[in-house]
Write a protein that binds this ligand. Structure first.
Ligand SMILES: CC(C)(COP(=O)(O)OP(=O)(O)OC[C@H]1O[C@@H](n2cnc3c(N)ncnc32)[C@H](O)[C@@H]1OP(=O)(O)O)[C@@H](O)C(=O)NCCC(=O)NCCS
Length: 127
């Protein structure tokens, strides 16, 4: 039974196991609107982060499911929980996500997103 929790307390090692590291994910969460964790008992097996500009825009970042748990609907549930949590903040008007075409068509669109052109610049190219 997978349990979805909003803003759960998580340790950096749990996030590093899921997302890779070493990296200080807690400094990322410190700036987040909120985040969703998917747990198998107390093991963090899925995660999605929601960033916010403080105005009308929220950003869904890093939705990730542990490889052993993929293709069971957990990713989709994480996205839906992230959308629901964001919808509870009245001033937010838009949730954005970046994706490749296949993931947009097969994963994000069924979860409620519509595709838009998006842009990206790697900051290393400017340094
Ligand atoms: C993307 C990810 C979160 C999906 O998690 P999941 O739990 O497997 O998702 P679901 O089971 O809800 O998938 C539902 C459907 O979305 C589609 N889908 C899932 N992963 C996909 C992928 N990597 N590419 C294209 N379509 C995908 C499939 O149609 C899938 O249905 P199926 O299981 O019948 O094939 C997971 O593959 C992951 O962690 N990937 C690595 C991190 C990543 O790329 N995150 C997205 C950043 S934009």
């Amino acid at each position: 039974m997978i349990d979805y929790r909003e803003r759960p307390e998580v340790r950096n090692e749990q996030l590093e196991e899921l997302l890779g590291g070493p990296y200080d994910y807690l400094q990322v969460l410190a700036r987040s609107l909120t985040w969703i964790g998917a747990f198998d008992d107390d093991r963090l097996i899925g995660y999605a982060n929601i960033a916010w500009d403080g105005g009308v825009h929220a950003f869904l970042l890093d939705p990730t499911v542990h490889p052993d748990y993929r293709h069971r609907g957990i990713g989709t549930e994480l996205v839906k929980e992230a959308l629901a949590a964001t919808a509870r903040v009245p001033e937010i008007e838009w949730m954005h996500v970046d994706s490749d075409e296949a993931l947009m068509r097969d994963f994000y669109e069924p979860a409620g997103f519509r595709p838009t052109p998006a842009g990206l610049v790697r900051m290393d190219e400017l340094r």
